[in-house]
Write a protein that binds this ligand. Structure first.
Ligand code: BTN
Length: 219
């Protein structure tokens, strides 16, 4: 059944993510979606600041998928596909696990966080302004939520295999050299793809490395 979106919009919040977590802790339903026109303390992965001036898109929404916790990170790829469908740009690349690039520059980021048995999906898109080195794209909230629902229903009904194939079509070419940093640990190798659960696969000196978390840098 399609997600029934229930929208809460604010002029300014510290973080839509924090507000959505608060609502999830109060048993808010799947589809509860918080938007702020600006954020004072927007944050991204690894606790980084997400600069959030007025004019860009800042959303966090609650999902309550009946799935194994270990499969929840796949929803980052589901979300990335929905953004890619709305952005619809020839020079778009999906960067594992949660970035959307245009012309090699980041234009949107996705943050997944758990609150009890709910998953909070945070989405930040540079629609009006971007930090230096980043890109801007046109994404309308409602178009994104419609697309998200299409890919989410596909994932719920059919599992990860189709999402994985669609995501790989929009990611780096196999063989692309990259390094993945996880804390102080860095692994270098050639991109092979994703395994059947969503882990990144790199090949190095004939050995396949399975990577479940980290940050990619292309060499
Ligand atoms: C990343 O690329 O590290 C993820 C960035 C996620 C930013 C969004 S903006 C809406 C929501 N509220 C936050 O504080 N963060 C997410």
């Amino acid at each position: 059944m399609a997600v029934s979106w229930s929208l809460e919009t604010h002029e300014t919040l510290d973080s839509t993510q924090a507000r959505a977590k608060e609502l999830a802790a109060q048993s808010a339903q799947e589809g509860t979606c918080v938007q702020a026109l600006a954020q004072n303390s927007g944050h991204g992965r690894h606790g980084r600041e997400w600069v959030s001036p007025r004019g860009n898109l800042y959303l966090s929404f609650i999902l309550r998928p009946k799935c194994e916790i270990r499969d929840m990170p796949q929803l980052s790829l589901v979300t990335a596909l929905a953004l890619a469908a709305v952005i619809n740009h020839d020079d778009l690349t999906l960067k594992w696990p949660n970035d959307i690039l245009i012309g090699g520059k980041k234009c949107a980021g996705i943050l997944l966080e758990r609150e009890g048995d709910a998953l909070i999906v945070g989405v930040g898109v540079n629609t009006k302004s971007a930090p230096e080195g980043a890109a801007c794209v046109d994404v309308k909230r409602d178009q994104f939520l419609d697309q998200f629902d299409i890919f989410y229903q596909s994932w719920l009904a059919g599992g990860f295999a189709k999402i994985r194939a669609q995501w790989l079509e929009k990611s780096y070419a196999p063989g692309t050299k990259m390094s993945v940093k996880n804390g102080s640990h860095i692994i270098q190798g050639a991109f092979i793809g994703l395994d059947s659960t969503g882990n990144l696969l790199l090949e190095r000196e004939g050995e396949i490395k399975i990577i479940s978390a980290g940050e990619i840098h292309c060499c």
